[in-house]
Design a protein around this ligand. Structure first.
Ligand SMILES: Cc1ncc(COP(=O)(O)O)c(C=O)c1O
Length: 414
């Protein structure tokens, strides 16, 4: 990394051609290693601005994060349900702990490796929403259950339930299980109604399993635009899960857990009778995909949560009209759509189709232009896959870097 200091000789060379335009000024830039050395038990000892961070990097606005946590908790508490946030979004134990401290009853994970990392960091109430079907993963999941009595595993077939029971039995444990119900998208889960009931009855009878209830996550409804359309679709598609909930109850099976819902339906899900908790993920960060869906109080913009997660990128080239090139391409932003957005500016569009380079284009009335070396702050396109590209989150208050949080489950895709 460049020290940012400019030698006297270099200055004189430059000043020969552009002395009137070019003024040397002190520029600090810190590697992550250097930043870590500025921390002690008291926290960050130096005043370091996020604009001094090496790029591309991931920043988390603490004021926005805290507002998002509080708004979620206040809303669901008012509506009489709980939250079991999905750690697939942030993969960060520090954030999972903040969610639990704010009142969440547990967390969810999508991968067994993710669940292991969360447990290694002291988080116990974990529900794994994805089924584990291979012998290796079943062994890992049941091994985790042996170490962590608060681990709950989803299942969606009789064959899988039998394998889970065998693995649990060989470890001498009784594993907690929820039935994953398909909301209609046929991605995962068993069909609601009789098939789900029969699976629940089997789980209830298998020697080494304990039925805890059901889950039904309707991903297909989360990004439906317009609150009333989204509400109608969500409630319609969750109806079969509620009927299944009723069937479980009629047959004396536990429905202690009825989990579902996400960031797009968090203030709708309490209308699904029986639902106990929402598996919300993106609300902590927000992203461009969610910003356009519209909410209860704003038909076009989803303003319930503040965009807290941003990528900082540096301009590498400003030599061509109408555009500049940055250091944050697909490997820093993903190629998800809509593209990342420049925070706080208008008349600018960003794309990250090239591996290492991003393109910023000036539209008709750009609110500003950029020069080489200047930094740009981007609201992420889709938070989950972006987080998975970085090792650390820089937690920022205002412009000041307050903490560095490891994304400990980054890359845990197994
Ligand atoms: C099973 C499951 N639950 C919950 C979520 C969280 O959804 P959201 O980020 O929309 O809140 C996801 C996200 O994909 C998911 O796959």
């Amino acid at each position: 990394m460049s020290s940012g200091k400019i030698s006297r000789r270099r200055f004189l060379q430059n000043s020969g051609t552009a002395a009137a335009l070019w003024m040397p000024h002190r520029v600090n830039g810190y590697t992550q290693q250097e930043l870590l050395s500025f921390f002690d038990e008291e926290g960050m000892r130096r005043e370091i601005s996020k604009w001094e961070l090496d790029t591309p990097c991931l920043c988390l606005d603490l004021d926005a994060l805290e507002a998002n946590l509080v708004h979620m908790q206040e809303t669901i508490t008012r509506n009489g349900i709980a939250s079991r946030p999905h750690a697939k979004t942030h993969k960060c134990p520090t954030l999972a702990k903040m969610q639990l401290q704010t009142g969440s009853i547990g967390i969810c994970t999508a991968k067994v490796s993710e669940a292991e990392v969360m447990f290694q960091h002291g988080i116990k109430p974990i529900m794994m929403t994805t089924t584990n079907v291979t012998p290796t993963k079943i062994k890992r999941a049941m091994g985790l259950r042996e170490a962590n009595p608060e681990f709950i595993q989803a299942t969606d077939s009789a064959q899988n339930a039998r394998l889970l029971s065998e693995a649990a039995s060989s470890l001498g444990i009784t594993a907690d299980v929820v039935i994953d119900i398909d909301p209609g998208g046929h991605r995962t889960g068993i069909s609601p109604g009789k098939p789900a009931l029969e699976l629940a009855q089997l789980v209830d009878q298998l020697p080494a399993l304990r039925l805890r209830g059901l889950l039904c996550y309707d991903g297909g409804s989360q990004h439906v635009k317009g609150f009333s359309t989204r509400r109608q679709q969500t409630l319609e598609r969750m109806l079969a899960a509620t009927e299944t909930f009723d069937l479980f109850n009629k047959n004396g099976l536990t429905t202690e857990i009825f989990s579902g819902g996400g960031t797009g339906s968090y203030n709708i899900d309490h209308e699904t009778r029986g639902l106990t908790d929402v598996q919300v993920g993106s609300y902590v960060f927000m992203d461009a995909q969610y910003m356009d869906i519209g909410g209860l109080n704003n038909d076009t913009q989803y303003t319930d949560f503040d965009p807290a997660l941003t990528i900082l990128t540096t301009v590498l080239n400003d030599q061509y009209p109408g555009r500049c090139t940055t250091d944050a391409g697909a490997k820093a932003c993903t190629v998800n759509r809509p593209w990342a957005r420049v925070k706080g500016e208008t008349g600018l569009s960003y794309s990250s189709g090239s591996d290492e380079f991003g393109t910023l284009r000036y539209e008709d009335y750009p609110s500003r232009t950029y020069r080489v070396g200047e930094k740009i702050e981007l609201i992420v396109s889709h938070c989950d896959p972006v987080v998975n590209l970085y090792d650390t989150l820089y937690a920022v208050r205002g412009e000041r870097v307050e903490a560095i949080w490891p994304i400990a489950a980054r890359g845990m895709s197994v």
